[in-house]
Design a protein around this ligand. Structure first.
Ligand SMILES: [Zn+2]
Length: 271
């Protein structure tokens, strides 16, 4: 679902919906984003070395809170995340962070929130407390209310091991975002013609890398250059389309054509 219009621009909460076929893959990405959000190191975040990063890694950071289904008296995991859990989270989210600049809430298996819990979560996403970041992990985003989904930036991650993108893919994504952020169509076209010889696998990795970078910007208020939130949400949707087209074997050159006309708002002949 795409967010549209400038109205949401300032109100878009710092919420990410991280979907992955495997629960662990979504959690892994959520922890990476959480570490980036609280990292106190300098340079690229998460640095992986500072006290905050190490605490997140060890699962003991007081400002990174994971909400999962509870277990009952017999040690059996309950079927749903309850509304009481979300209410407790809401109450906690208005309290200032303990150590970091913000608080991060990871919702493990967010799709297991029952309807009451989802409505409580929706209220929270509609009026998010300042400085709180919500990371909803799910293997099935369609089980979440559309209104909940539409409040989140979407990020999908692969099922298996998270291979770090190679330098070539990173450079490709960086060059693309630079041209798009500058709103420079000529620069974008040059980028397209220089790179349209890459193979489909590289283009798929490129789309994923761009999504990761956009998610970092959207969720964590990292420097976004000249991109507005509406731009970023639009670009996320464009990367999703690109990935879908690749799955049905659309030619790489055609897809670069798509990138050339649809990346910069207001350019090309968009309907
Ligand atoms: Zn760090």
């Amino acid at each position: 679902m795409a967010l549209s219009g400038a109205r949401e621009d300032s109100r878009l909460p710092h919420a990410c919906l991280i979907s992955a076929p495997a629960r662990e893959a979504a959690l892994h990405e959520a922890r990476r984003l959480a570490a980036a959000a609280v990292c106190s190191g300098t340079g690229e975040k998460p640095c992986g070395r500072c006290r905050d990063c190490r605490k997140v890694e060890a699962g003991v950071h007081p400002d990174v809170i994971t909400v999962s289904r509870l277990t009952d008296d017999k040690g059996k995991q309950k079927t749903a995340i309850s509304v009481d859990q979300i209410r407790a989270l809401s109450a906690d989210a208005v309290v200032l962070p303990n150590e970091a600049a913000r608080k991060v809430y990871i919702l493990d298996e967010a799709e297991t929130m029952n309807p009451a819990a989802q409505n409580a979560a929706l209220k929270l996403l509609e009026e998010p407390p300042a400085g709180a970041v919500f990371l909803l992990c799910t293997s099935n985003p369609l089980l979440l209310l559309p209104t909940v989904r539409s409040r989140c930036a979407h990020l999908s991650v692969g099922g298996g091991e998270q291979d770090a993108a190679d330098e070539g893919v990173k450079a490709l994504a960086a060059g693309y975002l630079k041209a798009v952020a500058a709103g420079d169509e000529a620069q974008l076209l040059r980028w397209c013609s220089q790179n349209e010889g890459v193979d489909a696998k590289t283009l798929a990795a490129f789309a994923q890398e761009v999504r990761l970078r956009l998610a970092d910007m959207l969720c964590l208020r990292q420097k976004a250059k000249k991109l507005t939130r509406a731009d970023m949400v639009r670009l996320c949707a464009l990367m999703d389309r690109l990935t879908q087209y690749l799955k049905v074997n659309t030619g790489v050159k055609q897809l670069f054509g798509l990138l050339a006309v649809e990346s910069i708002a207001g350019s090309g002949n968009r309907g």
